[in-house]
Design a protein around this ligand. Structure first.
Ligand code: SF4
Length: 366
């Protein structure tokens, strides 16, 4: 019998489906995870190396910066050799929009707020993109909002971000170009969530979620998880990018975890570990860390419970595929709800890893 689909908090809001290279975004397409290279784009080898690392970590779509002609010249070999679609990120210089399209990038991110006379150039951009099958992201950002809207609203409010996005979308649509997605990023999750909620009521555009400049890894993870969670729980969002002041692979890991937590992606390895408390009879932190490290990269939906005592231990361990309920310096090892053995604390980690490998062999990767 086929497995029941995991429950989600809300049905996906139906958006128009577009293509970014060979990845669909919007409609019924799975929510994709994006990141952005931190290498100099003109360093083709370093950029391709980072793209390979991102691809291995599960990144679906990658973006590269294009601030100079040397970077624009590097786009063609990068787009050709990358195993995932490459988006060129263009600010200030419209000539690089055309260069990126010509170079075979899967998509181009344009920031209407900082491209001079952007409105006058939409027609040519739309035509070039259409000719090459390139999609566009209209990337509105609080830090570089159109001056006209800043004057009107006084600061980058949710309303200002949405007005900018809707205006630029209407320009592309006037030229019969519809292969675009939109982002309205702000560093304040509350403003950002409001902006996306408002935007999602204004059209069926696929939406790229992002909290811009979210901060270092810990703060950025919390801000992104909170904001994306609030939106994804309403069915809003078709592709996500977590922005962290940390290596981009970390952004991908966080993005994937957010989607898995909401059942918007099949869960792979899941460690259910207790926070420990005065009743703990083993070092739960160390156990959980060692088991997580030992099973990193596991591609099967394995649930492992690491519990510090007999209060919730046997219950959680029974519910998981594999678990340990600890007590008196020993661990009762559960497999599929049954106690298979009791081992001393010093052998809990190796026993769990050994048993996890055996169970994993019987499971299909997700
Ligand atoms: Fe405390 Fe036991 Fe609960 Fe862990 S399982 S938090 S040790 S009561």
């Amino acid at each position: 019998m086929p497995a029941m689909p995991a429950p989600v908090l809300a049905p996906r809001r139906r958006t128009r489906k577009i293509k970014v290279g060979d990845v669909y975004v919007g409609g019924d397409a799975p929510i994709s995870v994006q990141s952005m290279c931190t290498t100099k784009t003109h360093d083709v080898n370093a950029t391709l190396q980072q793209i390979a690392e991102l691809t291995a970590s599960g990144c679906d779509i990658v973006r590269v910066a294009c601030p100079t002609q040397d970077d624009a010249d590097a786009l063609a070999p990068i787009a050709r050799k990358s195993n995932i679609p490459v988006i060129a990120d263009i600010h200030f210089q419209p000539k690089y929009v055309f260069a990126a399209i010509e170079a075979g990038c899967a998509a181009v991110r344009v920031n209407p707020g900082n491209i001079k006379r952007f409105d006058d150039q939409v027609k040519e951009i739309a035509q070039a993109a259409k000719d090459h099958g390139t999609s566009i992201r209209i990337g509105v950002n609080a830090g570089s909002l159109d001056k006209r809207l800043l004057d009107k609203y006084g600061k980058p409010t949710a309303e200002a971000l949405v007005e900018s996005a809707v205006w630029e979308a209407s320009l592309f649509e006037e030229h019969d170009f519809h292969d675009f997605k939109i982002s309205v990023k702000h560093n304040d999750p509350v403003v950002m969530v409001r902006a996306y909620e408002m935007l999602s009521e204004r059209g069926d555009w696929p939406l790229h979620l992002g909290v811009t400049e979210a901060g270092p890894a810990f703060q950025g993870t919390i801000k992104s998880a909170t904001a994306f969670g609030a939106l994804l729980a309403q069915g809003i969002g078709d592709t996500i990018r977590v922005s962290l002041s940390a290596p981009p692979v970390e952004e991908v890991k966080v993005g994937i975890q957010i989607l898995q937590a909401l059942n918007l992606r099949p869960r792979k390895l899941e460690i259910v570990s207790c926070p420990s408390c005065g009743r703990a009879q083993v070092d739960v932190y160390e156990l959980a860390e060692k088991v997580t490290a030992g099973l990193e990269g596991m591609e099967v939906p394995l649930r492992v419970a690491v519990m510090g005592c007999v209060v919730n231990g046997p219950g959680e361990a029974r519910e998981a595929d594999l678990g340990v309920a600890s007590g008196n310096g020993k661990g009762q090892i559960f497999v599929k709800g049954e106690v298979i053995k009791t081992v001393p604390e010093s052998q809990i980690v190796e026993t769990l890893i050994e048993e996890a490998m055996k169970i994993a062999e019987t499971m299909e990767p997700v």
